[in-house]
Design a binder for this molecule. Structure first.
Ligand code: ADP
Length: 338
């Protein structure tokens, strides 16, 4: 074939394709076609083609550098966003797993703590009833002591079970409260009296102090007794060397404040919030190996919140703790004050 001009060779060959070409003479001048800058090209020298031109064949999909840079930036952005998603996702998954593990551990601690709580009254009840059934009682006085212990231990067991059932209802939001006018002083005296046999047997004392006049709140007596009982019980068990636990009630800024003070180990600042969460047991419990299930304060929090109040804690490690239940003053009290 006789090739006189580059186009006579290349045009028919490239017709209909996306390729473009350029033919340069020996001095580098374009004699035919168009040389596309910054594009990849297949180059054929005169030595290879035996033609007088250097031929450049360029793909039709040329990219100028700005376009390439833009695409690279976009890819970089997409990669960065994906990496961010990946890192955030991994962090969230790891956090969720950590929480699940913590909850699972707390639940299993709870189950074992509750089992231990149940075991001791059950063991006493079984042993005492066996002795009574076998008639191995030395005298009538002892028989009476056994009966009283049976009553005490079975009441403790019943309280434990009722407490857990009530806690379940509170958690599910189905606990029903029956509000009625209630004198804070009578409530405190009643709860303190419940502890009297156990406290005096240990040579200890619950000191109560409050207003002379009635201090009426709108409350569910049973639920509020549970809350106060939990606080007194905690004060007694976490401050075993402290001979006196003090329960006070007063009116502060139109609120009734019922506080329980002990001179026990106190509560570190970083635990003050957490101990009100369910299943959480603090360092005082772990250090002294005190029995418990970690739901007492969560119950106090639930009950007090249902009464429109709140519970606060003031404590210094080594100087004891003061838990205060703050409740709105009842309308009766308001009326009496006028
Ligand atoms: P439990 O007593 O069964 O562990 P609570 O919810 O009643 O559960 O209490 C949670 C934690 O708060 C306890 O494990 C204990 O570490 C801490 N705590 C509660 N009351 C006191 C107190 N009076 N003195 C010191 N620590 C306390």
């Amino acid at each position: 074939m006789l090739v006189t001009t580059p186009e006579s060779l290349l045009k028919p060959l490239l017709a209909g394709s996306a390729f473009s070409y350029a033919a340069l003479d020996s001095e580098g001048r374009v004699v035919s076609g168009k040389r596309v800058a910054n594009a990849r090209a297949a180059v054929r020298t005169p030595a290879e083609t035996r033609l007088p031109w250097t031929l450049y064949l360029t793909s039709g999909e040329t990219q100028d550098s700005a376009g390439l840079l833009g695409r690279q930036r976009f890819l970089l952005f997409v990669t960065a966003v994906m990496s961010l998603f990946l890192v955030t996702g991994s962090y969230l998954i790891a956090r969720a797993i950590r929480r699940e593990i913590a909850v699972a551990r707390m639940q299993s601690d709870f189950v074992s703590a509750v089992s231990h709580e149940f075991r001791s009254p059950l063991t006493s009840i079984r042993q005492l009833s066996e002795i009574l059934a076998l008639g191995r009682i030395p005298n009538e006085q002892r028989r009476q002591v056994y009966y009283e212990t049976l009553v005490r231990e079975s009441t403790r067991l019943q309280r434990l079970i009722e407490g857990l059932l009530n806690f379940g209802r509170m958690e599910a939001g189905v606990r029903q409260y029956r509000f009625e006018p209630l004198d804070a002083g009578s409530l405190v005296s009643r709860v303190a009296a419940e502890f009297e046999p156990q406290v005096s047997a240990a040579g200890r004392h619950i000191e109560i102090e409050g207003l002379e006049e009635p201090c009426v709140i709108e409350a569910d007596p049973e639920a509020l007794s549970v809350a106060l009982r939990n606080l007194v019980d905690n004060a007694l068990k976490y401050a075993p060397d402290c001979p006196t636990v003090r329960v006070q009630w007063a009116v502060e800024n139109s609120q009734v404040a019922i506080s329980v003070r002990d001179r026990g180990p106190g509560i570190p600042a970083d635990e003050k919030k957490a101990i009100f969460r369910k299943f959480v047991r603090g360092s005082a419990a772990l250090a002294a190996n005190v029995k418990g299930s970690g739901v007492g304060l969560a119950m106090v929090h639930h009950i007090v919140a249902a009464h429109g109040g709140n519970v606060s804690l003031a404590s210094e490690p080594g100087s004891g703790s003061v838990f205060t239940i703050l409740l709105p003053l009842g309308s009766e009290r308001m009326a009496a004050a006028k």
